[in-house]
Design a protein around this ligand. Sequence first.
Ligand code: HEC
Ligand code: HEC
Ligand code: HEC
Ligand code: HEC
Ligand code: HEC
Length: 326
Amino acid sequence: MNTSTDKWWIGVLAIVVAVIGGLGIHFMSNPGGTATPPQEKAAASTTEMQAQTPAPSAPTTSATDTPAPQQQTSISPEQAPETQPVAATLSAATSDYGQARRDPIHFKPAIDQATDADCLKCHQEVLDTNTRDTSPAGLKKVNTLAWYQTLDTYEGEQMTFHQRHLTAPFIKKVANMSCTTCHQGNDPRDEVSGTAVDTQTDLTMRKMVDPNTCLMCHGQFPYQNMGLPGPWHESGAAFQNNCLLCHAAIRTTRHKVNFLNAAGIEQEGVANSDSCYGCHGGRAWYRTSFPYPRHPWAGSGGTVPEWAKNRPTESDLRFLIEGSKP
Ligand code: HEC
Ligand code: HEC
Ligand code: HEC
Ligand code: HEC
Ligand code: HEC
């Protein structure tokens, strides 16, 4: 008992030492004595990033700006000349990854006005990345062709999805797709509509692109609507495997949309009906067909078949060629 009351001051000393020691550590890590605000930390790391980036010529938005996405404007050509390397362009345009990802160009309304060049300033990699020569398991890409890749219309080596739809030889003859033909803007955080009152209303669950866009060129051959006795590979021979036998006179108002090359398609179609079939059943990734708009054509008359009663008579508004009649 006595010993413990005698030594009470040792306990007090221990506490005093602990407190002073703690303060010491605090002061060492925080020379200013105040906590560093998170923005300053961000600014410091951004400055480091800039130091590593090869000479960004354009002025950089300060990271201390409020990171509200509305305040970020997408890069203008003056700010980021196209000759700049991608990394430099990105850091010159916005101060960080999160802001770039939420750049208003990704969302409506800005995305509707965006050109491919606007998108490629940050996303050149979608066109520049090539397929691997071998799969991780060692299969060579030249030995792994799907059946449709053996068809006449399939040219060149294996390419990535984006390259096939934007830069491949065949697609350049028949189509004129841009990034925004497929990408219409999606919330990267909330990819399904209706989770809150203010969420985007037109999201396709967990997808960045509405599959209906793909269905237009990758649906089944709608032979029932054509009154053909069976699928094209069965019934085609009776019509010399030639779509134009009928389509020189039927549904002749076609492909007048901004993502297709209508003249190029007709030229290809004359040479080989497989190029028509390719987009209308030949590369069918879906079990249904797209309900195409049914444009009136010379000689279509007034009667509308039962299956076409609910079809629009004009293409989707967002695909109309500028300057053409609405
Ligand atoms: C200022 C640079 C910048 C511009 C301009 C830009 N993006 Fe992005 N985008 C990004 C960044 C950063 C990400 C996130 C990348 C990641 O997570 O790998 C991203 C992600 C995406 C994604 C993936 C969605 C996601 O959130 O994971 C798509 C699709 C996309 N962008 C399309 C586009 C399209 C289409 C355009 C043109 C309309 C465009 N981007 C313009 C920087 C940009
Ligand atoms: C034919 C339709 C189509 C076109 C045209 C298209 N994309 Fe995509 N893109 C897609 C699809 C589909 C995905 C995968 C979406 C998913 O995973 O939900 C994708 C994914 C992406 C991604 C995410 C990263 C990746 O590579 O998977 C980026 C970034 C992107 N696209 C940018 C672009 C840009 C930039 C353009 C124009 C140069 C473009 N896309 C044109 C359909 C398209
Ligand atoms: C305007 C018509 C069109 C649209 C829209 C379209 N595609 Fe394609 N797709 C094609 C054509 C044409 C080819 C064949 C290109 C070639 O052979 O060079 C192709 C090829 C493909 C391939 C095979 C690629 C390869 O290298 O083997 C896949 C997979 C594919 N498309 C998926 C999609 C998806 C998914 C979408 C929607 C995001 C889509 N396509 C939208 C026309 C289209
Ligand atoms: C025997 C004549 C005939 C042949 C051959 C034929 N079609 Fe058709 N096609 C029709 C008729 C008839 C319609 C429906 C016309 C209408 O809307 O009243 C039609 C409609 C279509 C439609 C629109 C379908 C829809 O649901 O709106 C497409 C696309 C089409 N044909 C593509 C082709 C392609 C591609 C080929 C060749 C692979 C082909 N057709 C061969 C007679 C033919
Ligand atoms: C690159 C893909 C592609 C090719 C190749 C192609 N089509 Fe189409 N076709 C489409 C798309 C997409 C639509 C719907 C366009 C729209 O929304 O107006 C369409 C629409 C049609 C329609 C409906 C016309 C209407 O009333 O609007 C017919 C018929 C048709 N195509 C026949 C053909 C024939 C015949 C060929 C060959 C000469 C052919 N297609 C080649 C993609 C293609």
